[in-house]
Design a protein around this ligand. Sequence first.
Ligand code: GLN
Length: 340
Amino acid sequence: MKTTQAVQTTSTNGSAPQSLIEIESLLQEHYALYKGNQDGAVANYIPELAKVEPDEFGMAVATQAGEIVTAGDAKAPFTIQSISKAYTFAMLLDEAGREETYAAVGVQPSGDPFNAITLDARTNRPFNPMVNAGAIAVAGRLRQVLGAGAFDRVLDLFSRAAGRALDVDERVFESEKETGHRNRAIGHLLRAAEVFDVPVDDVLDVYFRQCSIRVTATDLAVMGATLANLGINPITKQDVFGMDAVRDTLSVMFTCGMYDGAGDWATRVGLPAKSGVGGGIIAVVNRQIGIGVFSPRLDEAGNSVRGKLCCIGLADGLGLHAFDATNPGSSFLRGMAKWD
Ligand code: GLN
């Protein structure tokens, strides 16, 4: 991993900082600004998560060119939790194709909390893959398609997206398995609706394990940059996801990634993103960068409080919002149409 300082980023905002050094100083600035913020509370419905160190706070940005800049506890490990949902969704798209994937799960924002025990009444399928019901549907299809080795394949894929061998926090896994009654209820609902046809316990084993994969803010930044880079890890150059899977995943992250806070997020930050109750947030700037933030105290929707503030600060500071007024749009299309 390089930390070269001369690479120019391609910010869309004319007045925005243009170099990695400037991104790094923006990270440092937001780290200092929010370090003392103790708003929110750590997730405690999974007993092991209640034990995490609430003050840890780290940020990282990885670029499409494979550069990484960080601030704070960017190497502190935590469990990926719901951020895993974006990556298993991409995985199912690659493994089973769109038709089979969308037979199991929709792409509509639900407006409900992430753990709602509900299906879309029109389709009898979960609203989208970013809430628990949708992610358990995806885990069920992966378990059905890939058999008993499904989780090993998930772990291998996540590791390739992060560019290093990841592992599972067994304590968090056991804790969630022990107490995850709502998720078990969702699993049975989905089996009754014939979303998958394998034992619910086998499916939840995949789901609880995928949520318990240990990452750092730096890992999240690289995993985000892998999506930004059309599915190719920008550091290892490994081909991790197909382009169609990346396109669909980023779309659903944009509309549904922040649960019932998704509309506010799309308007305020304007980036595809995904949060997890472990305190992580990942955000992606298409074709440019991945952002990873970690801070365990959450707001009522289950999103990291300081993580959100940092993403807002970076989006504003670097002009990252997809519909920022300073965004010049696609120069490619302009060239094609010979617009001036
Ligand atoms: N493993 C957690 C659960 O199923 C994931 C939730 C989350 O991160 N929002 O409740």
